[in-house]
Design a protein around this ligand. Structure first.
Ligand SMILES: Nc1ncnc2c1ncn2[C@@H]1O[C@H](COP(=O)(O)OP(=O)(O)OP(=O)(O)O)[C@@H](O)[C@H]1O
Length: 326
């Protein structure tokens, strides 16, 4: 502010001090930068890019934090936007070894979140925080809990290129009936509509073929699909399949009030909330009380997202129940 007061004339408020060439800046630092008093932030971007040739992400984060703390950067967010890829260079390596999931991939948003957490740790060790720097993004806490949930990570571990290849090589084989079911379910998932589908068909009519294709399509888009079957043998035919009883904690003894053993704040409940499609093969083999228990439990779990979900079948989850219903 002192630098600006030396040159700004006729100021009547803090806002007028921060106004340069009729533009009101959020901070005095930004106003100074607009005046040309500070080194252009591009210098810092270039410095980080140059250092990236020889330094690890950890070292670059330390450099970034030193620049922030020294107060040299006028618009930290601009430097962050142009350098975050270098700053988060080693994040995926550490997440893979920490979680013992060598195959995990991370989206840009996840990389940024974990990089921001590391930056925040360095800042806090120096008595500062990301909140002290106007415009700097904060870590997305929802992503952190998802990314620490091993059940979710296992579902995200599918190799996208393998899934795409499986999908593309079988898609053209779909017969007319399979294609129309495929289209309706994918449309429902893509548009985040609620849907409960029943796929009828006796043995060998191509239900599993369809489930595999739906799973490959959605997993290639990094969406979570839960595949379950009533029997252990059928679950083995589904990619990543489990028995419905073990996946959803359905009790053996069932009555009209039974609920599943899934605490609302458990990692499994998080996985269910994140799942975009649930496929249950051989559904007619299971007691209807099990579906009613699952319905009650899902309604409860899904109220964490929206209270209105308690009025929707299965809390609004998109579910495919398949089998031979004769
Ligand atoms: N559109 C298709 N193009 C080529 N092969 C197909 C197609 N649909 C199904 N098949 C093949 O037909 C065979 C039986 O299909 P699938 O296992 O999907 O039937 P199903 O209805 O799941 O049977 P079941 O209920 O006994 O498990 C499989 O070998 C499958 O690969």
């Amino acid at each position: 502010m002192r630098m600006l007061l030396n040159v700004q004339r006729g100021c009547t408020s803090f806002r007028s001090i921060r106004t340069v060439n009729s533009v009101l800046y959020d901070t005095f630092q930004e106003a100074c930068s607009a005046m040309g008093f500070l080194i252009d932030d591009n210098e810092f971007v270039l410095a980080i890019n140059e250092a990236a040739e020889l330094s690890s992400g950890t070292q670059l984060r330390k450099l970034f934090v030193s620049l922030l703390i020294s107060g040299s950067v006028s618009r930290p967010v601009l430097v962050w936007n142009q350098t975050w890829k270098y700053l988060s260079d080693d994040i995926i390596y550490y997440r893979r070894s920490e979680l013992h999931f060598p195959g995990i991939t991370m989206t840009d948003e996840e990389l940024q979140t974990f990089c921001l957490i590391e930056i925040e740790k360095l800042l806090q060790a120096n008595g500062k925080s990301l909140r002290d720097f106007a415009g700097m993004p904060l870590p997305n806490v929802n992503l952190v809990s998802q990314f620490s949930n091993s059940l979710v990570l296992r579902e995200l571990e599918y190799d996208i290129s393998v899934m795409l290849e499986e999908h593309d090589s079988n898609f053209s084989k779909l017969n007319e009936e399979q294609k129309s079911i495929y289209d309706r379910i994918i449309h429902c998932v893509t548009n985040k509509e609620h849907g409960l589908f029943f796929i009828y068909g006796f043995g060998g009519t191509g239900k599993t073929f369809l489930y595999r294709l739906l799973s490959a399509k959605l997993r290639s888009q990094r969406r979570i699909v839960i595949n379950v079957a009533s029997s252990g043998i059928a679950s083995l035919l589904l990619p990543g399949g489990k028995t419905a009883h073990s996946m959803f904690g359905i009790p053996i003894e069932l009555n009209e009030d039974t609920i599943c053993r899934i605490p609302k704040d458990s990692p499994k409940a998080d996985l269910i909330r994140l799942a975009e499609l649930i496929i249950w093969d051989e559904a007619p083999m299971t007691n209807k009380l099990a579906f009613e228990a699952l319905d009650r439990s899902f309604r409860d779990i899904m109220t964490s997202i929206s209270v209105s979900n308690k009025d929707l079948p299965f809390g609004g989850k998109i579910i495919v129940l398949g089998g031979d219903f004769r």
